[in-house]
Design a protein around this ligand. Structure first.
Ligand SMILES: Nc1ncnc2c1ncn2[C@@H]1O[C@H](COP(=O)(O)OP(=O)(O)OP(=O)(O)O)[C@@H](O)[C@H]1O
Ligand SMILES: [Mg+2]
Length: 267
């Protein structure tokens, strides 16, 4: 299989009625270190994502997954190429693409409630409306009774729930998640995965989700993009095509997981 060619595996005819929301066109990002060494983190990356799709990104360490998310969030600028949101160049800063990180990025001096409310500060809503909205999200993430706790007073899983609520309350068009559950124990991680599935059913955001866990990618994703390293680019675009309720014991699931693991080993 040519490594320079994007492989589309198990692709059925794309009959999805949803419009394309995000287009990445020949995106390149290089970094120059202090001693003038150049690293090409991403090279000529092109793909598009449909509205409400959940796309998982898998690939070895250093292949540019976080760099891609940072470019989409506008934390860094592309060296070349374009990012289009609904056909228009993506403008930053803006609430269109919001990020949830691996380690909780909550404000330690604000309570759970204040952290969730933070992004609403400039919204044209009354104080009462904001409070109601925050309460609704606290309820959704199952943290009733913890609103006045500080981040250090709640568990890692709870902090990630708050991080998720804090972003979802802004109704981002695209939710960017960089290994959001990687630091959690297995049981909490499973709870977070099913919370994310519930929230997706309710809010139907478009999601780009970075993980190192092939099982997690196949449990959650509609599509999986495998990244190649040096320079970072997409090697495989895989439509998962499994039923919405997935089981890790299912034969099709296991076959796909073995296949992806093999591809990752070869890279
Ligand atoms: N600010 C930076 N300055 C210089 N090089 C950088 C910078 N950020 C990332 N890189 C380089 O770009 C490449 C891609 O890094 P990136 O963090 O995107 O990888 P990743 O796929 O997210 O890896 P991991 O799975 O370990 O999180 C790496 O070689 C990294 O060293
Ligand atoms: Mg990373």
């Amino acid at each position: 299989m040519s490594r320079n060619h994007l492989q589309i595996i198990y692709s059925r005819q794309d009959t999805s009625p949803e419009p394309v929301i995000l287009e990445v066109k020949r995106l390149t990002k290089s970094f120059t270190s202090a001693d003038s060494e150049q690293t090409i983190a991403l090279k000529d990356l092109s793909f598009s994502i449909r509205q409400k799709e959940m796309v998982c990104l898998l690939g070895r360490s250093g292949c540019g997954k976080s760099t891609l998310l940072k470019l989409l969030a506008g934390f860094i600028k592309p060296s070349a190429g374009e990012i289009l949101l609904n056909g228009e160049p993506l403008h930053h800063p803006g609430p269109a693409c919001c990020m949830v990180f691996q380690e909780d990025a909550l404000f330690p001096w604000l309570t759970v409630k204040e952290n969730i409310a933070f992004g609403l500060a400039n919204k044209p809503m009354t104080r009462r409306q904001k409070l109601q909205e925050v309460d609704r999200f606290i309820d959704l993430i199952g943290l009733n009774g913890f609103g006045s706790y500080l981040p250090r007073e709640v568990s890692g899983g709870m902090k990630q729930r708050v991080a998720l609520a804090r972003v979802l309350i802004l109704q981002p068009r695209i939710l960017l998640m960089d290994e959001p559950f990687a630091a959690l124990d297995a049981q909490t991680r499973e709870q977070m995965q099913s919370l994310l599935q519930d929230l997706r059913r309710q809010f139907a955001p478009t999601v780009l989700f970075v993980t190192h866990d092939v099982t997690e990618a196949l449990l959650l994703g509609d599509r999986v993009l495998l990244f190649d390293k040096n320079p970072g680019r997409i090697s495989h675009d895989i439509k998962v095509g499994l039923p919405q309720t997935r089981s890790v014991d299912n034969e099709a699931f296991l076959r796909l997981r073995t296949h992806i693991n093999q591809q990752l080993k070869e890279e």
